[in-house]
Design a protein around this ligand. Structure first.
Ligand code: 3IO
Length: 340
């Protein structure tokens, strides 16, 4: 009797295991989990767009995809983002292409001083441009979207009203924006945005050159009471996915991701532009930040100093075998198209 009931339990147990194995292996309602790494802290715009993408994907796939987000460099940091995704340490990663200027030479052409007026235009331009050129740098990943910041301005502890004020000043930037600081005579210090709060705190730098929403999101306004409006160049970003992981996704899920790509670019650009306005108002209100406008003559001087940067980029791009002039004229016509 005892032995018999024992047998029944074993049989039930085996049956249950069998059912569970079947559901896991063949079940249509199985949730696919994807990890998504980001380098800056949660309140910043790259992470805000990440959460928006997560929500849209989970909604549009009716919960078949679950995205685990990792802000603040907890899974991959700024400099390891691309290689980490290629290696599969994260399924998805958000990266700032300006941090590796040589690696992303084609897409970084968007951070030349070509007059991108705002993040929405920048993001639409970058996405179209990427699709047209399909740069080799992305051959090992699936690109899920791209977007840009709003044009960069100078945030500083001391007022910068002319070229004399900026001369030799330790200011932080990266990539294309760094070239511009150099051209204006600053002592350019390169580091990712995620390292900047500490550098400002410790006095390693006296300010930074980036889009102004960080005045609020990192509370840089507390230390940087001055903003010099230059509205110069954007920082380009991309969101990339491990290629094998992408290939393993069901077709209809891939379609959801592909449909989202351009939408996400536009959403992020629009969010950024609105958030910059909010951040400026907040900085003035909370920290009495002074916004400095260069007078016309001064501004013309600053702008004239940037042409050599474009010339230099053309030389380097040609050395790498890129169609430099075609890239520039395509970019300029995309900027005109989306600025209308
Ligand atoms: C940026 C990067 C991380 C978080 C917020 C940000 N706002 C603007 C940027 C652009 C950028 O990558 C940089 O380094 O200035």
């Amino acid at each position: 009797m005892r032995r018999k009931s024992g047998m029944i339990f074993i049989r039930i147990f085996i049956a249950l295991m069998f059912i569970m194995t079947c559901t896991c292996a063949f079940g249509k309602n199985e949730t696919i989990k994807l990890s998504y790494a980001n380098f800056p802290s949660a309140p910043t715009f790259p992470c805000v767009q990440m959460e928006r993408w997560k929500n849209e994907v989970e909604m549009r796939t009716k919960g078949r995809i679950a995205v685990d987000t990792f802000p603040g460099g907890t899974l991959l940091d700024a400099k390891n983002m691309m290689d980490g995704v290629i290696a599969g340490q994260a399924d998805i990663g958000c990266l700032c292409m300006a941090y590796q200027p040589g690696r992303f030479m084609t897409t970084n052409a968007t951070s030349l001083p070509i007059g991108i007026p705002n993040a929405k235009v920048g993001s639409l331009v970058l996405w179209d441009f990427f699709k047209k050129y399909q740069p080799e740098a992305f051959a090992q990943v699936k690109v899920l979207t791209m977007f840009t910041t709003a044009p960069a301005n100078i945030m500083s502890k001391k007022p910068i009203r002319n070229l004399e004020d900026i001369k030799g000043l330790d200011l932080r930037a990266s990539g294309g924006a760094a070239q511009i600081l150099k051209a204006w005579g600053a002592n350019q210090v390169g580091m990712p945005m995620s390292a900047t709060p500490e550098a400002l705190q410790k006095g390693v730098v006296q300010g930074l050159f980036s889009s102004l929403e960080v005045m609020k999101d990192y509370e840089f306004a507390e230390l940087c009471r001055f903003v010099t409006m230059t509205d110069t160049v954007i920082y380009p970003f991309s969101v990339v996915m491990n290629l094998q992981r992408w290939n393993s996704l069901p077709k209809d899920v891939q379609e959801v991701f592909d449909t989202l790509a351009a939408e996400q670019a536009e959403w992020t650009g629009t969010y950024m532009d609105n958030h910059v306005k909010e951040s400026i108002a907040w900085s003035k209100e909370k920290y009495q930040v002074e916004s400095i406008r260069l007078d016309e003559k001064e501004k013309a001087n600053w702008e004239r100093m940037l042409q050599p940067i474009i010339d230099q980029w053309i030389v380097e791009a040609k050395e790498k075998g890129l169609p430099a002039e075609a890239i520039l004229s395509d970019l300029k016509s995309l900027v005109r198209k989306y600025s209308k």
